[in-house]
Design a protein around this ligand. Structure first.
Ligand SMILES: Cc1cc2nc3c(=O)[nH]c(=O)nc-3n(C[C@H](O)[C@H](O)[C@H](O)COP(=O)(O)OP(=O)(O)OC[C@H]3O[C@@H](n4cnc5c(N)ncnc54)[C@H](O)[C@@H]3O)c2cc1C
Length: 370
């Protein structure tokens, strides 16, 4: 058997790359995670809602449905065992019009089909008793939804990989790989001291660079690389006291879960993200977008004071669909998809990728028959 520098190389030290590295480490493999940036977790994993999703909406039989629920259960257990902070605050899906009230039944049915625990209808009076500042005609409660410290989580994953003898190497971009004659990979890593290393298994989890990275793998069937679309979402932060203790979500919009409310672990109220298709990785927040936020939020929080919303941050989703196309599933492509042994390429890991990350790592291993 060939002697490799590492059993596995993972490209990208975001939540998904690190969780994949952790899953491989748990199978006794020595893993190197290569990260282009100077620190871990500064990509999509740093620009999101940090919500632990229940797994309510995803279509039956999809990876998102299965991996979100499995990932969420695994994530809370991981946070417990690694002392990562979270608040399983629960979430209300709120309907503020007759049309939205009608949608709640379908959401509840899908959530129950997805095996989401504890879902139930909540009447108007009951919702008001739970959250006195809320306006809604009806709601659903998802007790398993929450918020968590995603950076603490990623640091804990890094610690696990290193404790198993692996390495998480920053400022080291993956620049391409070639299959070795006897199996395995020769990997070109850049940075200040460019090098070549060998491994048996290669996993690519580079978020917004997934398509570009796959194209640098020699022999990769490029027609299988999906188109990339950028789905930008901005957030506004509230000055003043957080009005609700639970997450508040209107029913989803096409292509995203919709602008929602969360109280972060610091106790502050944050609203977002909206969705706009963009052509560049521009993370600025246009203050003018506040107008639509006020209008939207006041449907479920009529008491939102004028001038209370401040532009905060933006994130960009690595989408595989355009504005009018159906939203596809995660792509976790193993040999059956691209025909190359010991390779898994991930595409389109947008929400609920953070919640699902531990289960995605397990799925990566399953694609490799590990
Ligand atoms: C606005 C928004 C809100 C969201 N909210 C939630 C939420 O509340 N809950 C949830 O579950 N999910 C949410 N998501 C989705 C979640 O954030 C992502 O699915 C997840 O963070 C993706 O992680 P990743 O590791 O795949 O990507 P990333 O975190 O982007 O990691 C990829 C890493 O690869 C590195 N990289 C790129 N190219 C190379 C290269 N050539 N060599 C080496 N390294 C490279 C990058 O620098 C980066 O660090 C949200 C996403 C967005 C955009």
């Amino acid at each position: 058997m060939a002697d490799f520098d590492f059993d596995a190389v993972v490209v990208g030290a975001g939540a998904v790359g690190l969780a994949s590295g952790y899953a491989l480490s748990r199978r006794g493999l020595v893993v190197a995670v290569l990260e282009a940036g100077p620190i871990i977790g500064e990509g999509v994993s740093a620009r999101n809602s940090e919500v632990v999703h229940g797994g309510l909406y995803y279509p039956t039989g999809s990876l998102k449905a299965r991996l979100c629920v499995q990932g969420r259960r695994a994530l809370y257990a991981f946070c417990d065992s690694h002392k990562v902070a979270y608040d399983r605050c629960g979430k209300l899906v709120v309907a503020t019009s007759p049309a939205e009230v009608e949608r709640l039944d379908a959401i509840l049915l899908q959530a129950q089909t997805n095996d989401v625990e504890g879902m139930a209808h909540v009447g108007k009076a009951q919702a008001l008793a739970m959250e006195p500042e809320l306006y809604c005609d009806a709601a659903l409660i998802s007790p398993q939804s929450g918020v968590f410290d995603s950076h603490g989580y990623m640091l804990a994953l890094q610690g696990e990989i290193e404790a198993a003898g692996g390495a998480v190497v920053t400022s080291t971009p993956f620049e391409g790989a070639s299959p070795l004659a006897g199996g395995g990979w020769s990997v070109r890593a850049g940075g200040e001291e460019p090098t070549t290393l060998t491994c048996r298994i290669l996993v690519t989890a580079p978020g917004l660079s997934a398509q570009a990275v796959a194209a640098t793998i020699e022999g990769f069937p490029t027609p299988t690389i999906p188109l990339l679309h950028y789905g930008k979402g901005v957030y506004f932060r509230l000055s003043g006291k957080a009005p609700f203790s639970r997450l508040i979500y209107p029913p989803p919009i096409h292509g995203a879960l919709g602008t929602h409310y969360r109280r972060d672990l610091g106790g502050q109220a944050v609203f977002g993200p909206d969705l706009a298709y963009v052509d560049t990785l521009d993370y600025s927040v246009d203050p003018a977008r506040a107008t639509s936020f006020y209008e939207y939020i006041r449907k479920f929080w009529p008491g939102l004071p004028d001038g209370a919303l401040n532009p905060d941050y933006a994130g960009i989703r690595p989408k595989l669909h355009g504005p009018d196309e159906p939203q596809p599933d995660f792509r976790i492509d193993g040999p059956a998809a691209h025909g190359m042994e010991n390779l898994v390429t991930l595409f389109g890991i947008e929400s609920p990728g953070l919640t699902s990350s531990l289960a995605i790592g397990e799925e990566v291993c399953a694609r490799l028959d590990l």
